[in-house]
Design a protein around this ligand. Structure first.
Ligand SMILES: [Zn+2]
Ligand SMILES: [Zn+2]
Length: 180
């Protein structure tokens, strides 16, 4: 009986730059032929009134994604517990009680639906960053090895190759020390 319940969905609001509640509203266009197509669904942020636009996960800050992901997991757990409890309860109720329960008024209240903020996206993004960092470290190391290559044959008292006129040991040697 959804009529008795307000269902709120938590979505990313591009204006609030936060996870806000959205209510789904059905608009019926009055001046046209009343058919199914005349009804459109509208998502509106309850905080700022902005209409919902398709939000790309990549546009949401990572910590905010993780935050919503936690809420999603928690709400899933709560739903599971609730389902388990009601199953346990109904199996203990007498058949007569269950029959009466079928006709009782549904709960009036607000149901909050948490959105899954894409664990797959978070994982992929973290993996991408790790790969990028590793590749950067390898590239830096290779560059240093290439820079050091011409100096490798120098003795400590030889003239440095960089054109400073100083001895190698007093000039560029210290910065290559870890490669020697
Ligand atoms: Zn908003
Ligand atoms: Zn030098």
């Amino acid at each position: 009986m959804p009529d008795f319940k307000t269902i709120m969905y938590r979505h990313w609001c591009t204006k609030c730059q936060d996870w806000e509640f959205f209510k789904i509203e059905k608009i019926v266009v009055i001046d046209s032929v009343p058919d199914e197509n005349a009804k459109t669904k509208r998502w509106v942020c309850t905080e700022c009134g902005t209409e919902h636009v398709d939000v790309m996960l990549k546009d949401i800050p990572k910590e905010k994604l993780a935050e919503q992901r936690q809420r999603y997991i928690k709400s899933k757990e709560e739903k599971m517990i609730k389902a388990y409890k009601s199953f346990f309860q109904s199996s203990q109720q007498s058949q007569m009680e269950q029959f009466i329960h079928m006709f009782s008024e549904p709960e009036i209240g607000i149901e909050i639906v948490e959105a899954d903020a894409g664990q797959k996206y978070i994982d992929e993004e973290n993996q991408r960053i790790r790969t990028e960092e590793r590749e950067k470290r390898i590239a830096e190391r290779n560059q240093r090895l290439a820079d050091y290559a011409p100096y490798r044959k120098l003795g400590r008292n030889d003239k440095c190759l960089c054109g400073s006129d100083k001895k190698y040991k007093k000039c560029c040697q210290p910065k290559f020390q870890d490669l020697e």
